[in-house]
Design a protein around this ligand. Structure first.
Ligand SMILES: [Zn+2]
Length: 105
């Protein structure tokens, strides 16, 4: 049986495509536009951005930051957690992301 996609599913798919192409896009202005569009779709259809995509927006200035391009990323490892520090090169805001727990390393 073929189930019809709900609007939310279609929205999620479009967001996914936009985020992926924004990541690959060499033209930063275009990447930023695609990223903003993905965010707009997420808001309109009240879907959450996928976890990986949420990491890509600066918490402070909301800019789309691609690790290695618009941001400086440092990976640190502690006893229990693996975390990365992301610094937005646009506003200088730094935040930490916990990648996971070391138990499965
Ligand atoms: Zn920023």
């Amino acid at each position: 049986m073929v189930r019809r996609q709900t609007k939310k599913e279609i929205a999620k798919e479009r967001i996914d495509i936009l985020v992926k192409s924004a990541l690959k896009e060499k033209d930063e202005a275009l990447a930023a536009r695609q990223a903003q569009q993905a965010k707009k779709i997420a808001m309109r259809f009240r879907v959450r951005l996928p976890y990986e995509a949420r990491q890509l927006y600066c918490k402070k200035c909301k800019a789309f930051i691609v690790p290695g391009r618009g941001a400086r990323v440092r990976v640190g490892s502690r006893a229990k957690t693996r975390a990365i520090r992301i610094t937005c090169l646009r506003c200088g805001h730094t935040y930490r992301k916990i990648l996971g727990w070391n138990k499965d390393l």
